[in-house]
Design a protein around this ligand. Structure first.
Ligand code: R5P
Length: 321
């Protein structure tokens, strides 16, 4: 049996999600590595690794959602570890920001997902661990090994315990179909439905076309992320208008921009379940929002990578049900 302790892996955290990093370290039974990540008086980021990493396998936990300081901290931390002769630098990005512009939908638009992937690669990262990337193909934007973990089984496991009768798992847009199918496979006797969404502006969507039947059913909406809540709330209202019995929602990433927590609280959704891929440390979320931790999932992935074991097996086991 390979011994993880002997690998002398070191885990570091930026400031974007220290509570999650602490939970991952705890799962691995390791202390968080000592790294100063602060600011110079002029506001520039100041990083200094405070322990020896020469020849070690290292991992940095840092989601890259706004502000861009989070991304910049990550890049500088990678540079610090590289120049300190770390053997490998695994970049753990529980939520990969700047992902929604992953292709040109209108002329003269950037492709930020590729740009950010390039910057991270060039900074010196050896590999990436991400969770539910906005689009699966973003994995290929990195020219280094990249594992795209999914929290869908964790979220499905939560809803499974509720023993709903024949629930309908609804994808709020076509891009969410693959993930909601993975979710649905875990829920016995569930069926699926798909919304055809049209985005009118960054905080306005139109979801009035639904493929599938929700009449009299419990609906579980599944998405990768909730930003303004526009998508999920509009889909929830539409399924209720079509006669659904009740509606729940879940997403891996609860970004909860601007007034979205209130928007969700005042919506017909009974409960919104997300993960701790972004930090809620200084926020009070409404009672309707439930947060599950992805620390065991990421911790297990780090362990398996370090021991040269399969990551896909993590998900295969549950698929066999
Ligand atoms: C979009 O394609 C994504 O999958 C989500 O549906 C979207 O990011 C949610 O954003 P919002 O909450 O602002 O509607």
């Amino acid at each position: 049996m390979p011994n993880f302790r002997k690998k002398e892996v070191k885990i570091f955290s930026g400031n974007a999600n220290r509570p999650l990093a602490a939970k991952i370290a705890n799962y691995l039974n390791l202390p968080l590595g000592k790294m100063l990540v602060s600011r110079f008086p002029d506001g520039e980021i100041r990083v200094r690794c405070l322990e020896n990493v020469r020849g070690r396998d290292t991992f940095i936990i840092q989601p890259t959602y706004a502000p861009a300081e989070n991304l910049m901290e990550l890049l500088i931390m990678v540079d610090a570890l590289r120049r300190a002769s770390a053997h490998t630098i695994g970049v753990v990005i529980p939520f990969f920001g700047y992902a929604r512009q992953d292709r040109k939908t209108q002329s003269r638009e950037p492709i930020t997902a590729k740009l950010v992937a390039n910057i991270i690669t060039v900074s010196g990262a050896s590999r990436v661990i991400a969770v539910d990337l906005h689009a699966g193909q973003i994995q290929g934007f990195f020219d280094i090994p990249t594992d795209n973990l999914t929290a869908m089984l964790l979220l499905a496991g939560y809803f499974k315990k509720k023993n709903f009768q024949n629930p309908v798992i609804v994808a709020p847009d076509v891009g969410a179909v693959h993930r909601s199918t993975e979710f649905a496979k875990e829920i016995a006797h569930s069926t699926q439905a798909i919304f055809v969404k049209r985005r009118l502006s960054p905080n306005e969507v139109q979801t009035d076309r639904l493929i599938g039947d929700v009449q009299g059913k419990t609906v579980i909406l599944t998405d990768d992320a909730i930003h303004t809540g526009g998508t999920i709330v509009s889909a929830a209202k539409e399924v209720m208008r079509r006669g659904a019995k009740e509606v729940y929602a879940c997403a891996t990433h609860g970004i909860f921009a601007s007034d979205s927590p209130e928007r969700l609280e005042n919506s017909p959704i009974k409960e919104v379940v997300v993960t701790d891929s972004v930090s809620f440390e200084n926020r009070t979320l409404p009672p309707k929002i439930k947060v599950l931790s992805i620390a065991p999932l990421i911790g297990e992935a780090i362990k398996r990578i370090s021991l040269h074991q399969s990551i896909s097996e993590l998900f295969e086991r549950k698929e066999k049900k």
